[in-house]
Design a protein around this ligand. Structure first.
Ligand code: PA5
Length: 442
């Protein structure tokens, strides 16, 4: 099971950091279990690893095989919770360079997460002479970034394969019943998969929103679900030794002590997009009503040479959560020869795994000595099973944390402000009043 280690945070915490929060945690757990807290309808993810639709998963795996057979490239269209989870897991389980190394599975590109014409044109040009399929993911079915990207890639597919041919290459993941994308998919006869109504975007990576692109890339999605299931069984049990309770309580205690920023760090470069997923999960769930820890992420050791100075000596409002994979996949024995002048003789016979681990230990000690509490989350290996555990651990901790903070962890009302202004400036029908207020402002 996933391990949670507080050694380098305890000196910063009062003796009652956990005991004083047990009532709050018991209450938060009850709200997640019963779904009767703020936003409680959107707690479908709590039991999802055991309640998911097995038939839909079988169909998804069959569809993934079809996409693999017919495509050199899969274009995944989606943004926020309809994008970050799939990319996070794909990169973490393979590599940020998946598209360079994939031999037997299609390249996977993520778009629909930008309004940059340069970025969209680059990808449209890249796939123009390739066989490709599109998985468009949008729960609401009306998000502007993904709607525009889908329009452009659908038009390209129809030009290339005809409308009927395009139909066989478009796969829509959306709400089961409602929304613009659902209506279009029904009308055109696209194959569809659903994001359950009671699961919000940032909690949806284990649904078809994450699993279809991952299955196309040949990843064992059942193992991801199995890891999440085992974590679910453990973490739904109340108690002081529950790692999600400890993490939520420690974060809350540190926040109350003025630690406003949490840095998620790992010593694996493939973890970078998992950090992006985690930032949305915690940032969108907690940052509201004038409260919330600001989630940031760093990649070590790379960022020790850029952000390390600030972390060590800047404003002391940070704490750090490190995710560690205890058993690296590969080894790399260092063998500097006498006369190499590498300056690395002292590492002769050492494995790079050992060097990376000493960097982690040394950094944890330095940062703690410098006033940055360190939390450590360890799983055994960088495999689908353990990543499933990590996903469920962070989702469950986030639900507990949001309720401890007294906010609704499942809404995102603040996201609407930019959209309202943008739609008004773009002249979208229904935004005329808003437009009048904006035109004279820069
Ligand atoms: O977590 C969320 O709810 C959001 O990040 C959404 O996933 C994101 O805005 C995309 O929405 P949709 O899936 O409706 O296109």
């Amino acid at each position: 099971m996933l391990q949670f280690d507080m050694t380098h945070a305890l000196p910063f915490l009062p003796p009652n950091w956990l005991s004083s929060r047990l009532d709050g945690l018991t209450n938060s757990r009850g709200l997640l279990e019963k779904g009767n807290g703020l936003g409680g309808y959107f707690t479908g993810w709590v039991r999802y690893p055991e309640t998911y639709d097995r038939e839909e998963l079988d169909r998804l795996l069959q569809t993934a095989r079809i996409i693999r057979d017919q495509s050199e490239v899969l274009i995944v269209v989606g943004i926020g919770g309809s994008y970050l989870g799939a990319r996070a897991v794909l990169e973490l389980l393979t590599s940020p360079n998946y598209n360079l190394f994939c031999k037997k599975t299609p390249q996977v590109f993520f778009t629909g997460n930008t309004l940059s014409s340069d970025a969209l044109n680059e990808l449209l040009e890249y796939v123009a002479d390739k066989d490709f399929s599109v998985n468009v993911i949008s729960k609401s079915g009306s998000t502007i970034e993904s709607s525009i990207a889908f329009l452009l890639f659908r038009q390209l597919l129809e030009k290339k394969y005809g409308r009927a041919g395009a139909r066989d290459r478009i796969f829509a993941t959306t709400d089961r019943k409602k929304g613009t994308l659902r209506e279009l998919a029904n009308q055109e006869g696209y194959a569809t998969f659903s994001v359950p109504e009671n699961i919000g975007g940032r909690y949806s990576v284990l649904t078809a929103a994450g699993l279809l692109p991952l299955a196309v890339a040949g990843l064992p999605v059942e193992e991801l679900l199995a890891g999440a299931y085992d974590a679910m069984v453990r973490l739904r049990q109340p108690g002081q030794d529950n790692p999600a309770w400890q993490y939520a309580a420690a974060r809350h205690a540190l926040y109350e002590d003025g630690k406003n920023i949490e840095l998620l760090a790992s010593y694996e470069p493939s973890f970078r997009f998992f950090g992006e997923w985690w930032k949305q999960l915690f940032g969108e769930s907690e940052g509201k009503d004038g409260v919330g820890i600001f989630p940031a992420s760093v990649e070590f050791t790379a960022d020790l040479h850029s952000m390390g100075q600030y972390i060590q000596e800047g404003v002391r409002d940070l704490f750090e959560t490190v995710v560690r994979f205890s058993i690296p996949r590969s080894s790399c024995l260092l063998d500097p020869k006498p006369g190499d002048h590498s300056g690395l003789d002292y590492l002769r016979g050492k494995d790079l795994r050992y060097v990376n681990e000493q960097a982690r230990r040394g950094t944890a000690l330095a940062h703690a000595d410098g006033g940055v509490p360190n939390l450590l989350v360890s799983v055994d290996e960088r495999t689908a099973y353990w990543v499933g555990q990590l996903i469920y651990f962070f989702q469950y901790s986030c639900g507990l944390s949001g309720y401890l903070l007294g906010v609704n962890p499942f809404d995102q009302p603040g996201v609407e402000a930019y959209k309202d202004n943008m739609f008004a400036l773009l002249g979208k029908p229904g935004y005329e009043e808003k437009r009048k207020n904006l035109v004279d402002r820069r």
